[in-house]
Design a protein around this ligand. Structure first.
Ligand SMILES: NC(=O)c1ccc[n+]([C@@H]2O[C@H](COP(=O)([O-])OP(=O)(O)OC[C@H]3O[C@@H](n4cnc5c(N)ncnc54)[C@H](O)[C@@H]3O)[C@@H](O)[C@H]2O)c1
Ligand SMILES: [Fe+2]
Length: 388
């Protein structure tokens, strides 16, 4: 039996500086007449919501705003947004912000046609019906969420970040306007940029990697190598910002149709327990988890090192894998990524009490099973201890 892979993606992607101003005409094209804009207070303060609403109004579309999304959004954020959608009778959703508003908007959009407890959406392909049309406009580069069929929502009752992967979560259209990312301060640029890199690398080494996701993953890796340090050093570098936006989307499409692996599996429990932002917790884990994993797929990791431009075909795979791990350690130093124990809410006692639960939650998410080297619960605990 041949293996069959499934590839989902947005029907339309507008990309390039200024593309946000085409939101109104795109909304009209999709048949929307009253849009719910889902965003967060930080994005409102930047003035981006006003621009988005102006574009909608110019096309004759009514706009309602829900701006109470918090970083690493919760079930309550989704329910509050859903209440606004229903009270206002909106027929289309616009997500504006980083991964947090985009993920919240995705689940708000599917709930009217899938009335169930959100916990039942966790896992792969658990949401049966398409939702209200969604246009996603990222302001970070990024999670790539605008081009994925994934949403991550925290269940605060259980301290679990629920990973939902279902085709109905795929935005109908994405507008990737890199100009919106130019206000990101260096620390945010670094964290979300390493998230992008992790998507490319994990999609490429995953046991679910395939011929459609591989080229996107390798391009993502190569663009991050060339442009992340530049965007970090100079927030106004337009070429670097545009390249990182492209990388973010490619990484998103790659992992959404392959999978993420152990870094993401271990990252979500750190976010749930210590409230470390997603990109930062990935960065804390990436060098150590990569050193643990390379032996499971040395050829794949070596190809990733070659895509980074840090080694070539004259060197064997073992050399290339070592070079990759060293490069990741240097990147973390250059981007001033802290250790987990240095995080403001890190607490040694809480870590000792929670590390076994975190390891079990990582396994339960399913992501570690896609890793080239599949770890036991004990090995995950040891990896947490190493990065602490
Ligand atoms: N669905 C997916 O495919 C996917 C993939 C990876 C991560 N995620 C999820 O995405 C979330 C993280 O998203 P994120 O890292 O983009 O951050 P975020 O959306 O949580 O935003 C972080 C902060 O940055 C601010 N911000 C956003 N854009 C800005 C800009 N242009 N300039 C200045 N500040 C800005 C926000 O106001 C917020 O305070 C996590 O919950 C993570 O689990 C989802
Ligand atoms: Fe991620």
């Amino acid at each position: 039996m041949p293996t069959i892979h499934r590839f989902d993606c947005a029907a339309t992607i507008l990309h390039g500086g200024g593309s946000r101003h085409q939101l109104g005409s795109l909304t009209k094209e999709l048949g929307g007449s009253r849009a719910l804009v889902v965003t967060d207070p930080g994005v409102v303060a930047l003035g981006y919501v006003d621009e988005i609403v102006a574009s909608l109004k110019a096309a004759g579309i009514e706009a309602c705003i829900f701006s109470d999304v918090q970083p690493d959004p919760t079930k309550q954020n989704v329910l509050d947004g859903l209440a606004v959608l229903q009270a206002e009778g909106c027929d289309l959703v616009v997500a504006l912000g980083g991964g947090s508003p985009i993920d919240t908007a995705k689940v708000i959009a599917v709930l009217p046609n899938n009335p169930a407890d959100m916990a039942t959406f966790a896992g792969r392909h658990k949401i049966p019906h398409a939702g209200v049309p969604l246009i996603a406009i990222p302001t970070t580069a990024g999670t790539g969420s605008e081009l994925t069929k994934v949403a991550v929502i925290t269940d605060t009752d259980r301290d679990v970040k629920m990973m939902m992967l279902s085709a109905p979560l795929q935005p109908r259209a994405a507008i990737q306007d890199f100009e919106l990312t130019m206000t990101m301060p260096p620390a945010l640029t670094a964290a979300v940029g390493v998230d992008t890199f992790t998507h490319g690398l994990e999609a490429y080494v995953s046991r679910k990697a395939n011929a459609m996701s591989d080229p996107l993953a390798l391009s993502c890796i190569s663009l991050v190598a060339q442009f992340l340090r530049r965007a970090y050093a100079d927030p106004g570098d337009r070429e670097a910002r545009e390249a990182m936006m492209v990388a973010s989307g490619q990484g998103g499409m790659a992992f959404s149709n392959s999978s993420v692996c152990l870094v993401h599996g271990m990252s979500r429990p750190i976010g749930a327990v210590f409230h470390v932002p997603h990109g930062l917790s990935n960065a804390m884990l990436l060098p150590t988890v990569t050193r643990f994993s390379v032996g499971g797929a040395p050829q794949r990791y070596a190809e990733a090192a070659r895509a980074l431009g840090i080694t070539d075909r004259e060197h064997n795979d073992t050399y290339a894998c070592d070079a990759l791990c060293d490069w990741l350690e240097t990147l973390n130093r250059d981007l001033k990524i802290m250790r987990l124990s240095e995080w403001k809410h890190a607490d040694a006692e809480k870590f000792a009490q929670n590390k076994a639960k975190m390891a079990q939650d990582a396994i339960d998410s399913g992501s570690p099973a896609n890793n080239p080297k599949v770890p036991s619960v004990e090995e995950i605990v040891q990896l947490y201890e190493k990065v602490w």
